[in-house]
Design a protein around this ligand. Structure first.
Ligand SMILES: Nc1ncnc2c1ncn2[C@@H]1O[C@H](COP(=O)(O)OP(=O)(O)O)[C@@H](O)[C@H]1O
Ligand SMILES: [Mg+2]
Length: 303
């Protein structure tokens, strides 16, 4: 069974797609069977980063049932260790107004892909689809910029994603579901409190929904002028959201990233010695270990 990893952030332009494409390529190079799924509805462009300008099929074909299964949409890059991609789509009405059943069908097939790792680009924003795609995965990664607005976006994104996840653990017509939907919350503790006040035992159920939620943080476009204190950021998230956000590392600002994009190739492929590439190699090795650990834990809990 594949390990699913989603990449999000809240705002566009933080480098999610750049990072995801390079991570996908690097994990494939390490011998993992990898499929990148572009669920950035409206802004899908991961295929372009590999020079795939006109994919034969996209997710729209799957949603509109032009093809039978998600596997029919796959494109394989033989020159990149067999890396596979499921190209996303433009913002058609079909994708923008995906029904609950369509979304479930899509996610079921994503989880059933015959690979070791599925990497999902969930795109930007805080629409329900985006939050659901992000929280659907086994492991979450957030790519943020080292600037206060980006941090605020990240914070809002994580907060909404956690609330959405908690809400989904209650039936939407249940008393707790109805009450939680109508409020905004300054902290996660406030959600748990209101849930418990509405119904005894609801706190534990809400906490349970987030038991394994520890989004991993990548700070992109880092430089010596970086304005944020990384330790403080983690402390704030832990204090207000009650969530640990382990760091995967930083990717420096690097002009070669743009040069690689202009050449429609991942920077790690064509400029492996440039600082951004070297940082991503380090991060990919950490992600590889996390995948190993995850598989180990899953196998043990299956016994
Ligand atoms: N480390 C970096 N150094 C320089 N430019 C970068 C870096 N990371 C991303 N960029 C640039 O930022 C822009 C946004 O990146 P992209 O991956 O498309 O973001 P997102 O998917 O989050 O919207 C691109 O033009 C990309 O070249
Ligand atoms: Mg993107």
């Amino acid at each position: 069974m594949a390990v699913t990893i989603s990449i999000g952030s809240g705002k566009g332009g933080t480098g999610k797609t750049m990072f995801l494409c390079n991570l996908a390529m690097l994990l494939a190079k390490r011998g993992r069977k990898v499929c990148l799924v572009d669920l950035d509805i409206g802004g899908a462009d991961a295929h372009l980063q590999f020079g795939l300008f006109e994919p034969k099929h996209s997710i729209t074909d799957f949603l509109s049932k032009k093809v039978n299964c998600l596997g029919d949409v796959l494109h394989t890059f033989h020159s990149l260790n067999g890396l596979q991609i499921i190209p996303g789509t433009g913002n058609t009405l079909q994708t923008a107004n995906m029904t609950y059943q369509e979304k479930q069908r899509l996610l079921r097939e994503v989880a059933a892909l015959d690979v070791d790792v599925v990497l999902i680009d969930v795109g930007a924003g805080t629409a329900y689809h985006t939050l659901d795609f992000f929280m659907f995965s086994d492991i979450q990664i957030c790519v943020i910029l080292p600037e206060p607005p980006s941090i605020l976006d990240f914070y809002n994104f994580i907060q909404l994603a956690t609330i959405r996840k908690i809400l989904r653990s209650f039936l939407s017509h249940s008393e707790v579901g109805q009450v939680l939907k109508q409020h905004t919350f300054p902290t996660l503790a406030a959600i748990f409190e209101l849930a418990e006040k509405t119904q005894e035992g609801a706190r534990e159920k809400a906490q349970d929904a987030l038991r394994y939620f520890h989004p991993l943080l990548v700070i992109n476009r880092d430089s010596s002028h970086t304005a944020i204190n990384k330790t403080k950021l983690k402390q704030l998230v832990a204090k207000y959201l009650g969530i640990e956000t382990p760091s995967l590392g930083e990717i420096p600002e690097d002009v070669m990233v743009k040069d690689a994009q202009k050449a429609y190739r991942p920077v790690c492929e064509i400029f492996p010695e440039t600082p951004a590439s070297m940082a991503m190699v380090k991060i990919s090795s950490k992600v590889d270990k996390i995948i190993e650990l995850f598989n180990h834990q899953r196998n043990n809990s299956d016994k």
